[in-house]
Design a protein around this ligand. Structure first.
Ligand code: LFR
Length: 474
């Protein structure tokens, strides 16, 4: 059996179990299991199939064992903001509603009117951007629709907290993910009791906040029996973007980061939160990071737009085009000029992404893309122009000039996007590693195991271990 650490990295469309090993200062990764994820409609809402996810976590542990691995530690990361509630018998109450669901429509306004909480005040306290899906809005939507569920709740767990709980029986809220609730104080880094009280939420459901590197416990006897081994359940940065930012092999402090997946998260790490009015107006967020760094970043709609176009074409024709096919089509239409605003919430969950992009072009009196290549080129133009704007805003908010952009995650494999990003931003782009989130998850485990002394050492090992491609602006 090969001793390893194991990352369970679950995104909106798929999850993976990745074994990580450090030998002679170099990191190697091996994917041992992969499974599908997605949303479906249940009880009138878009929901995650949380029971299947929980089962897949266990299936993947068993697959790791069957492949000859003996994980010493296991860490889980997922997207942010979504949660489940447990009752007094520790049974799940209701569904795991997904963040693209529309239940939070109008809630921000309701907080202003009914609770006297303006967004400016809220932002000044928590430093968290406005997104319609912030956990706080979801909780307030639940309070309206199902007050009985909140009343019966004893424990609030974010999705990875819940999966951890099922593995080891210990309820806890991990800091990087808890910060995305918009209920944690930017400076106190703990639940904002006054805010929770003001909104009439039950303070008792929120668990002690624990930080990345904490060992929660061991696999329970039942899970050990199912998977064939015991391991420690450790907290990585359970928010995938928190893990991705950990894995950025920045060369100096003038590098901006871009975690490129379903979302494009563009920003930097700061030592203190920036919560002033300019930052609020720009909607930059101060999410909690490893060792209390602040992930100061902007959410950009990201590859979701491309993933949605691809899914839609697949439904129309019966076969999903590959990413290289879509990129080739875009290249054919490289001169297509139109550009939409990816941050417009119309792109969050449109019935048809292709039609939404066309409609947005028509609404802004630009050429309407017809063929797939034109739609794709329009998405590329839109994303890279948004990256450029985000870098400019970031510079004005931090008062720093950035000279390079490090792109990590699956999106960093798209050379066409990388080159256009370099061109649009005027920055040198360093692309890779592609396994941003899983790698960041593993790094906390490697530091725990003593393979690396600290984050600086672990990041240096990433530079040695993975190919990083360079793109100069043309
Ligand atoms: C990326 C991500 C973003 C978060 C969004 C919703 O996967 O975690 O950081 O804003 O998903 O949770």
């Amino acid at each position: 059996m090969q001793t390893c650490t194991l990352a369970v990295d679950i995104g909106a469309s798929s999850g993976r179990h990745i074994a990580g090993i450090v030998q002679n200062g170099k990191i190697t990764l091996q994917e041992v299991y992969r499974f599908e994820n997605g949303v479906h409609r249940e009880n009138g809402h878009l929901c995650w199939d949380i029971d299947t996810l929980a089962q897949e976590v266990v299936n993947g542990l068993k697959a790791a064992h069957d492949a000859g691995f003996a994980p010493a530690t296991i860490g889980i990361d997922t997207w942010a903001v979504d949660f489940v509630l447990l009752d007094a018998d520790n049974k799940r109450i209701g569904d795991a509603v997904a963040y693209r669901d529309e239940r939070t429509e109008g809630i921000r306004e309701a907080l202003e009117k009914e609770y006297g909480l303006t967004f400016a005040d809220h932002y000044a306290r928590t430093g968290i951007q406005y997104q319609p899906f912030n956990t706080v809005y979801q909780l307030m939507a639940l309070k309206k629709e199902h007050p009985e569920q909140l009343a019966a709740a004893k424990t609030f767990l974010m999705v990875p907290d819940y999966l951890n709980y099922l593995l080891c029986g210990v309820p806890a809220n991990e800091y990087t993910n808890a910060s995305t609730t918009a209920l944690v104080g930017a400076d106190s880094r703990d639940w904002d009791d006054a805010l929770i009280e003001k909104l009439g939420l039950p303070r008792g459901i929120f668990q002690p906040i624990k930080t990345a590197g904490t060992v929660l416990g061991h696999l329970s006897p039942e899970i050990q029996k199912a998977v064939g081994f015991d391991a420690e359940v450790i907290l990585p940065a359970t928010h995938d973007t928190g893990s991705a930012f950990l894995a950025v092999p920045a060369r100096d402090e003038y590098a901006a980061y871009l975690s490129s997946g379903t979302w494009s998260l563009l920003g930097v790490e700061n030592a203190a939160a920036i919560t002033g009015p300019d930052s609020c107006a720009a909607n930059f967020t101060n999410e909690g990071g490893y060792e209390y760094r602040y992930r100061y970043l902007k959410n950009i709609m990201g590859l979701w737009m491309i993933q949605s176009v691809r899914r839609e074409l697949g439904e129309k024709t019966g076969t999903r085009p590959s990413f290289p096919e879509l990129i080739a089509a875009a290249k054919e239409a490289a001169d297509f000029p139109s550009c939409v605003d990816p941050d417009d919430n119309r792109f969050l969950a449109p019935v048809s992404m292709i039609e939404e992009v066309r409609a947005a072009c028509a609404d802004t009196h630009q050429p309407v893309p017809a063929a797939t290549g034109e739609v794709m080129q329009c998405v590329y133009n839109s994303l890279t122009q948004d990256y450029r704007r985000a870098v400019e805003t970031l510079q004005s908010l931090t008062g720093k000039t950035y000279t390079s952009l490090n792109i990590v995650g699956g999106g960093s494999q798209d050379g066409y996007l990388n080159q256009q990003t370099a061109n649009a931003t005027g920055l040198t782009v360093f692309a890779g590693p592609t396994e941003g989130t899983a790698l960041g998850n593993l790094m906390v485990q490697f530091i725990h195991s003593g393979d690396f002394a600290d984050l600086a050492e672990a990041r240096a090992a990433i530079r040695r271990s993975f190919e990083i491609k360079e793109y100069q602006p043309e």
